[in-house]
Write a protein that binds this ligand. Sequence first.
Ligand code: FNR
Length: 189
Amino acid sequence: SDLRIGYLVGSISTDSINRRLAAALQQLAPAGVRLVEIGIKDLPFYSLDAEQDFPAAARQFKQAITDADGILIVTPEYSRSIPGVLKNALDWAARPYGENAFAGQPVALAGTSPSPIGTATAQQHLRAILVHFDALVLGQPELFLQDTGAIANDGSVTDEQTRGLLEDFLETFAAFVRTQRAAADAPQA
Ligand code: FNR
């Protein structure tokens, strides 16, 4: 059956190059794979106080993560780490204690920046957080893309080499999600 991949964009900027990368990935998704955005901008700042009455936006956010077959995180790098808006969303996903929506979820990471090592350092931090969440994080291929204008505003990719990279990434992640899901569904010996 079709795979439903939920994706998070770690930027709330209007002209986000990472949103553009996410749009490109959405358009290049292989047959039988659908990429659907899970928004983060309506989440309030996380506080332990809010757990007394877990906000509806956070409950819906967690449910969307749980319902997806796999999660793709497309994020900028801020100060050699992930942006606060993304960390805020991840903190909501992890709470309350013992109810982490990422546990057992297949996850892949991608990002773009004007820098040639664009987002590699942010992804290392993100990987550490997700391992702590007990998510199943795809190792390879890593997708760090220097923004050279190869992706148009509408997400179309004119450059063949870039398109190939994105297609390979999506194919590998889809196979990874199917393998992890099959393993989770298999009867225990
Ligand atoms: C940046 N930028 C940046 N780039 C990078 O490669 N490494 C970094 O550590 C940082 N740090 C950083 C901090 C802050 C506060 C800002 C605003 C920007 C540049 C960043 O890659 C660039 O602004 C991208 O366009 C951000 O991604 P979106 O929002 O366009 O998707």
